[in-house]
Design a protein around this ligand. Structure first.
Ligand code: NAD
Ligand code: MG
Length: 397
């Protein structure tokens, strides 16, 4: 029998919602995939469980103490996994020679360095960590080209767009007859909540997404629609699409994951149940198709697909993101950092929901937009924007 080379994987953020969905798909195809490294921030026993199931060569925790705890837990189960700690170790397992593909599924700016390490090592990078691309934009894409890495969209919208574009698209937009990209959005849990009630919504309400089960940060981003704003910027970089050719469409059923409109009037879309295992399986197996454990789409049960224009008064984060994309330079980095700080402050009960957008707008107002010549400049802008956002939150609460 022909020996098939297994795809060897590092999963950054293995204990998260995307990490766990990735491992679910991987476990369905043991003949195709081999897990080389798994990482987690603080959840020792969850990573231990995943290590026992997937037997990686390496596991990474953020702190030394957690790494030691994981190490002794694994040793007592007879597992030879080498346990490492800290940001350096994250970059190391993202760039290992024996790894083909890296799932970048850490949430937020913390994912930038290890994702870039995977890019620089020329890996197949499966990108869920949209914040890394939003904050580093042009520099990130230049690194991808330079290292001949490949970028595979995991975000369901971008995966849908990728599937709806021609196979030889290569960022050519107009030359491939593309007129617009239509990004669908569920509208989140507060799409129809009276504006007067939105001031008092709780983190629990904000994290109760109607269609998707996700991590807490992206759940709040979905409730403010900053998630869609970040995705507009992500689409700009992934598909070389100008800001005015990316339109957001609210589609509460989350069945159409996004659409591409062509100059001849054709509109191509990708549909499916809202289950991240579909885009994950697509990116893992491309150009083949593999079973992902996702229930078939039942059109008769769904009955109707509806669409609405987003209300910018209800979702001010969306115009803020377009503004940052158009302002270019350091603006998206500022936007992303201010958002991370204000979402964390909301989740900790410090900041009211409607203040999230106000903090971001104030930070964008206070910090002049500059060019960002290199990644160090991105990191400096990110730190500056976090400091300004933190002091605004402190002043306002
Ligand atoms: P999550 O909170 O469920 O998981 C985050 C993972 O990152 C965890 O494994 C955690 O241990 C790790 N992590 C967090 N902070 C870290 C740090 N400082 N250092 C190292 N590791 C750290 O988040 P998620 O919902 O899985 O989202 C992950 C990424 O994927 C985000 O960028 C999100 O925008 C994107 N995404 C998620 C979904 C979804 O359905 N969940 C869909 C599209 C895109
Ligand atoms: Mg998405």
């Amino acid at each position: 029998m022909e020996q098939v080379q297994k795809q060897r994987l590092t999963i950054l953020g293995a204990t998260g919602s995307i990490g766990v969905s990735t491992l679910d798909v991987v476990a369905r195809h043991p003949e195709r995939f081999e897990v080389v490294a798994l990482t987690a921030h603080t959840k020792v026993s969850e990573l231990a469980r995943l290590c026992l199931r997937h037997r990686p060569r390496y596991a990474v925790m953020t702190s030394d103490a957690d790494a030691q705890a994981l190490s002794s837990e694994l040793r007592s189960s007879g597992l030879a996994t080498e346990v490492l700690a800290g940001p350096q170790a994250l970059a190391q397992v993202a760039a290992l020679n024996e790894v083909d593909s890296v799932m970048a599924a850490i949430v937020g700016a913390a994912g930038l360095a290890p994702t870039l390490a995977a890019v620089r090592a020329g890996k197949r990078v499966l990108l869920a960590n949209k914040e890394a691309l939003v904050m580093a934009g042009a520099l990130f894409m230049a690194e991808v080209r330079q290292a001949a890495a490949s970028l595979w969209p995991i975000d369901s919208e971008h995966n849908a767009i990728f599937q709806s574009l021609p196979a030889d698209y290569a960022g050519l937009f107009d030359r491939k007859g593309v007129r617009r990209i239509l990004l669908t959005a569920s509208g989140g849990p507060f799409r129809a909540t009276p504006l007067s009630q939105m001031q008092t919504v709780t983190p629990k309400q904000a994290c109760a997404h109607p269609n998707w089960v996700m991590g807490r940060k992206i759940s709040v981003d979905s409730a403010t629609m900053m998630n869609k704003g970040l995705e507009v910027i992500e689409a700009h970089w992934l598909f070389n699409a100008p800001a005015d050719r990316i339109e957001v469409v609210i589609h509460p059923q989350s069945v159409i994951h996004s659409l591409v409109e062509y100059v001849d009037g054709s509109v191509l879309a990708q549909l499916g149940n809202p289950d991240m295992r579909t885009p994950i399986a697509h990116a893992l197996a491309y150009p083949e198709r593999i079973e992902a454990g996702v229930a078939p789409l039942d059109m008769f049960a769904i009955g109707q697909l509806t669409f609405e224009r987003p209300d910018e008064r209800r979702f001010p984060c969306l115009p803020l993101a377009y503004h940052a994309l158009r302002a270019a330079g350091s603006a998206p980095t500022i936007l992303n950092a201010a958002n991370e700080v204000s979402v964390a402050s909301f989740l900790s009960g410090q900041l009211p929901f409607l203040r999230i957008a106000e903090v971001i707008a104030a930070v964008l107002d206070q910090i002049p937009v500059t060019t960002v010549p290199d990644i160090d400049a991105v990191i400096a802008v990110d730190a500056q924007a976090r400091a300004v956002a933190t002091s605004i939150v402190a002043d306002w609460t």
